[in-house]
Structures are given as structure tokens and as C-alpha cells.
Write a protein that binds this ligand. Structure first.
Ligand code: BES
Ligand code: MN
Ligand code: MN
Length: 455
């Protein structure tokens, strides 16, 4: 262990340089103009794996962005761990709000700032660096490892889903490890046992066949923007209740232990939430504690609305078309394929007369709920305790990782969700960052995790 520790301490700068090189590649998976960057980021991951001594590191072409795969299977009798990460990132707008350019990694106050610094290049790189440490110091790994890194997580993860379904035999493993989540505070290590699923849609409302003079036609013309506002307000009321018939029918009741944890809130996460967001009051279903609202209740959010006139000055027009991006987060028992039709029906029913509504599903992914008792999760808990000096909490997070459920379903492997992000990392927002301390602690934790798994 001492040698492993020495290697980590002596290579901090080198680890950071390798992370910076990756961060500089703007691998935004949802913007076609970045397709080449996405491939470059995948190739960078392959080179990293090759240098570590992971074998057969390669790109696997897909219908979308390539997968990165590599393996090291020379620990006979030891378990096989499937390691997952994603090398794609979210768009950077609004770009003016970044203090330093979004793809120029910059270190300030013990953090590295860049799009992807945490989500998920930083977290994936720390796992690579744990592998490097073990391979370099010991010449071997304590367990067998398969590494699968995708480039479409932020775009719905369709290609990895197709690959896992088509080639489960290539991914045979005893556990999957996903390093793409966070912890509630730097001194509260966490293991995540639940993530929500998602459906992401675009709702288009068409009124007249062309834009109209609002004087000549105002009073008789259907207004798609107003129709959209009506639809949205009918879908979710001011108290956070979603009015989609059937939505809540299949929702499971949480356990008493979960309810107690959410209600007692021993870690004071409720107050922390208000401060993090900079708001005076939380919104949503006040009859449920905030942690339950984030982890175990469905939500409906509008991400953007477009249409009509938004330029300088005034223009008196009734627009022909309005669009909104609307998503729902779904606890794992609410399956996207069952909820999408309910959503579509509710949107159509909520539309006022005179407009035509089209709903496009952009992507969707299942949620996941894992048992915290599995041996690999207990190994992760021990590793966290050794590095952080405290038992981790077991909690649910509200975000989604579409492939997580499929690892459990298709590969029949327990899924370990252990990540080192912090609440103020600004995921998907301007000034995304990753704490260097968390990065290095993460490396140490993953080294311990693999060693314990191999014992
Ligand atoms: N790493 C996040 C998921 C996450 C965020 C887990 C916070 C736990 C806490 C992941 O990269 C992500 O952002 N996923 C998307 C998925 C979607 C685009 C299909 C999400 O949740 O919006
Ligand atoms: Mn992520
Ligand atoms: Mn993300």
C-alpha cells in the first residue's frame, strides 16, 4: 500500500496533465459540428488505456459516437469488474458566463475548471489513474477488468444500449462500476443506490400556416406560444403536482428507513440545497421532503421555449409555430416506454382548440435502484471509509445514467455507483469544476476498491 501511495503522490502533476489534455477536446455529443472532436476524445481514451497496459484498447464504431473498449483479464479466479465512464460532455452555452474559456482547463482555488472537469472526464480519468497506479506499481491488477467508455451519455446513450444488448457475452462481469455521481459534501462520502430515468421530448405547436398581423387577426387567431403556456401550466401545477392521468399509479412506496432518512435529514441537505441554488424557498411538492422529491418522485421540467419575436423593440405578430423542450424524471419503477404514451395523451388533451400539437421523443432512459447489500458495494463502502475516515451514506440521486439499469438487467451484475462530484461542481452549467482533492481521493479510493474486491 505504501508504494501505491507514493506513486500517487509523486504523479499528481502527471495525472492532471493527462486530464487536461482530455478536457481540451470539446467532445459535445449533442452538437453535430463537434463530431470530429468526439472521435478525438475517444482516441485519447484509447491511448490512455494502451499506456496503462489495458489490452485490446480500441474504438468500437456505432451508429452514433464510438465506444471505447479495453480489457485486462489476467487475474484467474478473481472477479471481473466492468468499468464504465463517458467521454462526451454537455454544450457550454451561455458561454459569456464562463470565467475562463470552457475548454481551457484552469486551476483556481484547488479546483480544475473546464466543461467535463467532473462530468465525466475527471471522474473517468481518476479511474484510469487508479488502474495505472496498480499496474505500474504491481505489474498487475487485483481483479479482471473490462473498460467501456461511451460518447453519447449526454445524448441519451442509444449506441451503448444497442451494444450491450447485442454483445452481452463480451461484457461478462461480476460487477459494474460507474464513476459518474457525486457526494453531498466533501466530508460525506456516498454510494448511490438509486437514479431516476428520463424521457426528453420536444413539443411543437402549430397555429396558422404563417405568422399573422396581431391587429388584423388578434381575437380570432390561435396563438401557439400562448397555447404552449396553457399546455405547460396544465401539465404541472404551482404545487408541483403533475396532471398526467396514470402517472402516479405505479409509483412504489419508499421504505420506512428511507422516509426516516429523508424526513430527519441528519446531514442538513435541505438547507444546503437552498444555499446551493441561491433561492429563498424550495419549490415542488411541499408534502414530501426535498430528498424524496429529488430521488424518488417524478418531475416534469421545461428546458426552453422558442417561437415568435424576441428581438429588440416591438413587432406585432402572432407566430405560426412555438416549441418547447420538456423532460420528465422518473423513479425506476416508472418505465419510459409506459410513461411516454401517457405524456403524449396529456399534452394533446391539454392543448386549447385551433392548434396542432406534435410531440417528438428525443431520448429516454430507465432509472435504476440497486440493493446496497451486494459484496461489490460493500467493498466500495470499505474503500470510502479507509480514504475518507467515515462510513459512506447510501442515498439516491435525481440525475440519470441511461445505461446503469441495463448493466443490471442484461449482464445480471450488481452496479456500484460511486462518484466524487460535489454539489457545487456546476454540472451542465457555466464554470463546471472538479475539486483536485476529490480527484486524488477518488484515485486512492478506487485503488482500495479494486484491491478489496480482489481479496
Ligand atoms: N453524471 C450525470 C448524471 C448524474 C448527475 C448522476 C447528478 C447523479 C447526480 C450524467 O452525465 C447526466 O447528466 N445524465 C443526463 C442523462 C440524460 C441526458 C439522458 C441527465 O441526467 O440529464
Ligand atoms: Mn455524467
Ligand atoms: Mn451529465
Amino acid at each position: 500500500m505504501a508504494e501505491l501511495e507514493t506513486y500517487i503522490t509523486e504523479h499528481e502533476d502527471h495525472f492532471l496533465e493527462d486530464l487536461k489534455g482530455w478536457l481540451r477536446i470539446p467532445s459535445i455529443s449533442t452538437l453535430p459540428e463537434h463530431n470530429i472532436d468526439v472521435v478525438r476524445a475517444a482516441e485519447y481514451a484509447v491511448q490512455q488505456l494502451e499506456r496503462i497496459g489495458i489490452e485490446g484498447a480500441k474504438l468500437i464504431p456505432t451508429n452514433g459516437h464510438p465506444l471505447v473498449y479495453g480489457e485486462w483479464l489476467h487475474a484467474p479466479g478473481k472477479p471481473t469488474l466492468l468499468i464504465y465512464g463517458h467521454y462526451d460532455v454537455q454544450p457550454v452555452d451561455p458561454v459569456d458566463l464562463w470565467e475562463t474559456p470552457p475548454f481551457e482547463p484552469t486551476i483556481r482555488n484547488g479546483n480544475i475548471y473546464c466543461r467535463g472537469a467532473c462530468d465525466d472526464k475527471g471522474q473517468t480519468m481518476l479511474v484510469f489513474k487508479a488502474l495505472e497506479t496498480l499496474m505500474t506499481v504491481n505489474g498487475s491488477l487485483p481483479v479482471n477488468v473490462r473498460v467501456l467508455v461511451e460518447g453519447e451519455e449526454e445524448a441519451g446513450g442509444e449506441s451503448i444500449e444497442a451494444f450491450v444488448k447485442a454483445h452481452p457475452e463480451h461484457l461478462q462481469c461480476d460487477a459494474a462500476f460507474i464513476c459518474d455521481t457525486g457526494m453531498p459534501a466533501a466530508d460525506i462520502p456516498a454510494l448511490i443506490y438509486g437514479l431516476r430515468g428520463i424521457i426528453y421530448t420536444e413539443v411543437e405547436v402549430q397555429g396558422a400556416t404563417r405568422d399573422l398581423h396581431s391587429g388584423s387577426y388578434g381575437g380570432v387567431a390561435p396563438n401557439p406560444l400562448h397555447a404552449l403556456a396553457i399546455i405547460i401550466s396544465r401539465l404541472k401545477d404551482a404545487d408541483g403536482h403533475i396532471h398526467i392521468p396514470g402517472l402516479y399509479d405505479k409509483l412504489h412506496k419508499p421504505t420506512q428507513a428511507e422516509k426516516d432518512f429523508w424526513e430527519q435529514d441528519p446531514l442538513h441537505i435541505n438547507e444546503a440545497l437552498r444555499d446551493e441554488m441561491g433561492v429563498t424557498q424550495l419549490s415542488g411538492e411541499l408534502e414530501y421532503p426535498p430528498l424524496q422529491r429529488i430521488g424518488a418522485r417524478p418531475t416534469l421540467e421545461v428546458h426552453g421555449i422558442s417561437g415568435g419575436f424576441t428581438g429588440e423593440g416591438a413587432k406585432t405578430v402572432i407566430p405560426a409555430i412555438a416549441k418547447a423542450k420538456i423532460s420528465m424524471r422518473l423513479p425506476s419503477e416508472l418505465r419510459p416506454f409506459e410513461i411516454i404514451p401517457l405524456f403524449e395523451r396529456a399534452v394533446k388533451d391539454a392543448a386549447p382548440a385551433g392548434v396542432t400539437v406534435t410531440i417528438r421523443s428525443i431520448h429516454s432512459g430507465d432509472g435504476v435502484l440497486v440493493s446496497p447489500d451486494s459484496a461489490p458495494i460493500q467493498a466500495a463502502a470499505t474503500a470510502l471509509k479507509e480514504v475518507y475516515g467515515k462510513d459512506p451514506i447510501f442515498t439516491r440521486e435525481g440525475g440519470s445514467i441511461p445505461i446503469a439499469a441495463l448493466f443490471g438487467e442484461i449482464l445480471h451484475a450488481p452496479v456500484v455507483l460511486m462518484g466524487f462530484g460535489l454539489p457545487d461542481d456546476n454540472l451542465h452549467a457555466p464554470n463546471e469544476k472538479y475539486s483536485l482533492d476529490q480527484f486524488f481521493k477518488g484515485i486512492r479510493t478506487v485503488v482500495r476498491f479494486l484491491s478489496i474486491l480482489g481479496q
